[in-house]
Design a protein around this ligand. Structure first.
Ligand code: AMP
Length: 407
């Protein structure tokens, strides 16, 4: 790894003043090529940040869960999970959500937003049958939300199902006939089930849309509209988004009814606790070799590497494996089963690196990701924020590196 004092490849981190010369090369001709198509318009200078010491932005909860109005059983489960105090989003939303208010939460993954919406749902479900639906843009995020729900409802006789694309439809059709307290789904599969009349939302009381910005970015608006039309009008609506894009405000206003608005992160470059560094490649440096060298650092023990295309993800994975590094890949060409297994191995610490495309990695919640590496500069700032947010989660610091190629 190229720390200031280490030797190794010529790649090194430079001061921002030098970055101007290292913008990605424009396409050489009008036709473009894969490299050109994947060209980022981001200015690398914007991608640097010194991590703020945690204390400076630490949120002091004003109560312990033990003193909250939550049901004793939930308190017990929270204690088992080691959640002693609420995170900021949890504390600031709890009262309003228990009172049945709609909520707009601008909060990034890692803020504890999953428990923020699950706890009030569980509280209401303990009090009586109360079906809830959580929509998530990605399969991985949906699976993760359901896992969190299961861990918070042990012994409560509450049932949940996940419906995501890329899995067996017949199994989903069977599952859909059973009564379910919490449905977590990606919009496409849920709509498919609804249109086949396999699923009904008659008893639905709460709708949560997680990573709303991402859901729209991924082109789910039409599916979402059809799902919204199928839901009972009387319901509580919770909408979470990492960023608040002006163009999405109209849609948000359509869905939410007099919501409480909470902004937990600034919504722009908000990974304040993540140290963000650029890795400049000098002409002649071979990126994959630089990467391999970096991965020799024992502190790089849980690394997510982002590449721009499925092809690049596979290529990086192959090269690192050839070098004897424990890695796996997740992207849209891999089956859901494969992706989940790779993710589980990474979570369990069996892999040093997980190589991923943006879409595949969105929303994945892995504790203790030591580093995020952008093998290529992402195309948009939004994508950059989401990637970098994979590290430095739940009160920990993290480091993100972005490769910048020289001309
Ligand atoms: P989320 O933003 O929902 O993806 O949560 C990020 C991480 O914080 C997850 O690993 C959660 O298990 C963890 N977490 C959520 N709420 C708390 C809490 N109150 N105390 C400690 N950890 C938490």
């Amino acid at each position: 790894m190229q720390t200031k004092n280490s030797k190794g490849p010529r790649a090194k981190r430079r001061k921002p003043s030098n970055t101007k010369n290292h913008k990605p090369r424009p396409a050489r001709n009008g036709r473009g090529n894969e490299k050109a198509r994947n060209q980022s318009k981001l200015d690398p200078q914007e991608l640097r940040n010194q991590a703020l010491p945690r204390e400076e932005q630490h949120f002091e909860a004003s109560f312990d869960f033990a003193d909250s109005p939550l049901h004793p059983k939930l308190k017990e489960l929270l204690q088992q999970k080691g959640y002693q105090k609420p995170t900021e989003i949890q504390e600031k939303s709890l009262e309003a959500l228990l009172a049945g208010r709609d909520l707009l939460g601008i909060a990034k993954t890692g803020s504890g937003k999953t428990a923020a919406f699950l706890l009030p749902i569980l509280q209401q479900q303990i009090a009586g049958k109360h079906q809830a639906l959580v929509l998530a843009p990605t399969r991985e995020l949906a699976v993760q939300i359901e896992q969190e729900y299961r861990s918070l409802n042990k012994g409560l006789k509450l049932f949940s199902e996940v419906y995501i694309g890329g899995t067996n439809m017949n199994k989903d059709l069977q599952k859909a006939s059973r009564p379910t307290d919490l449905i977590v789904a990606t919009p496409g599969r849920l709509l498919d089930l609804y249109q086949r009349r396999a699923i009904s939302f008659k008893h639905l009381k709460v709708l949560v849309i997680d990573e709303f910005d991402r859901l729209l970015d991924m082109g789910f608006e039409r599916d979402l509209n059809k799902i919204l039309d199928a839901l009972p009008i009387e319901r509580q609506n919770l909408l979470f988004s990492a960023t608040l894009d002006k163009s999405q405000e109209r849609k948000i206003a359509e869905i939410l009814n007099d919501p409480v608005r909470l902004q937990i992160s600034s919504g722009d470059l908000s990974n304040d606790h993540v140290q963000q560094e650029l890795i400049h490649l000098a002409p002649g440096d071979v990126k994959i070799e630089v990467l391999k060298k970096m991965l020799e650092n024992p502190q790089m023990d849980k690394v997510i590497i982002f590449a721009e295309t499925k092809r690049w993800v596979s290529k990086v994975n192959r090269k690192l494996r050839q070098a004897g590094i424990k890695t796996d890949e997740i992207h849209g060409d891999k089956s859901q089963n494969y992706r989940q297994k790779a993710l589980n191995s990474f979570k369990a610490g069996k892999l040093q690196c997980l190589i991923a495309t943006d879409v595949a990695a969105r929303g994945i919640d892995v504790d203790d990701v030591s580093h995020v590496i952008n093998y290529q500069i992402p195309k948009t700032m939004d994508s950059y924020i989401h990637r970098v947010g994979r590290t430095g989660r739940a009160g920990k610091s993290g480091i993100a590196y972005t490769f910048v190629e020289s001309k």
